[in-house]
Write a protein that binds this ligand. Structure first.
Ligand SMILES: [Zn+2]
Length: 57
């Protein structure tokens, strides 16, 4: 399935077998999103706040 990136608006490819709590990354801007809920044909994402972890790349 696809989900719109909340940062840049690009479409993120979400694997159908993704689980709640997993992290997906936008291929376009590199933002990470955590899956907060999942139904048969859609998922809810929230920005994954990786404070103090991914800075400095
Ligand atoms: Zn993006």
């Amino acid at each position: 399935m696809k989900k719109e990136c909340q940062e840049c608006g690009a479409e993120i490819n979400i694997p159908d077998d993704i689980l709640v709590g997993e992290i997906v990354a936008c291929q376009d801007c590199g933002s990470d999103f955590e899956v907060t809920s999942k139904t048969q044909n859609s998922v809810e994402l929230k920005p994954a706040e990786s404070v103090g972890e991914d800075w400095g790349q």
